[in-house]
Design a binder for this molecule. Structure first.
Ligand code: SF4
Length: 135
């Protein structure tokens, strides 16, 4: 039996990861961390823009997710607010400026900062130290 992308332990219930992908540095770190979480099997990266646009199939999949992860670049919380407008909540919500990842840092370090976010999300999901949810 095959599992849906981001599904856990052979089931079809997905963990979906939404990132703001904002223009600010922290928004780009948010997106990079979402890509890495997907690469590591912690969840499936999903389009927050499709949720904002109300694309029916995408909304259905977002509603059916077992867990939703929202990664926001700053205190404006765009991802969380888009989910809430669609009647959805984030099971894990990470705000990068709360982790001292600035919107316009003097010395940006995308690799280090994205790893910090990945580690924080995996910790909150209870999959820290594993390659994926089942690893
Ligand atoms: S949360 Fe902040 S960085 Fe992300 S899209 Fe919104 S304003 Fe931009």
């Amino acid at each position: 039996m095959s599992s849906a992308p981001g599904a856990c332990c052979g089931g079809n219930a997905e963990t979906l990861v939404f990132t703001c992908a904002g223009a600010a540095y922290s928004g780009q770190v948010a997106n990079r961390s979402g890509v890495q979480l997907a690469e590591q099997g912690a969840g499936a990266l999903f389009c927050i823009a499709a949720v904002a646009a109300g694309i029916p199939g995408k909304l259905d999949r977002a509603r059916q997710a077992a867990r939703r992860v929202a990664i926001d670049g700053c205190e404006d919380h765009c991802v969380r607010k888009v989910l809430e407008k669609a009647g959805l909540t984030a099971d894990v919500h990470v705000v990068l400026t709360d982790m001292d990842i600035e919107k316009k840092p003097a010395q940006p370090n995308l690799i280090t900062d994205a790893k910090r976010v990945v580690d924080a999300v995996k910790q909150r999901l209870g999959v820290a130290g594993r390659a994926g949810c089942c690893g």
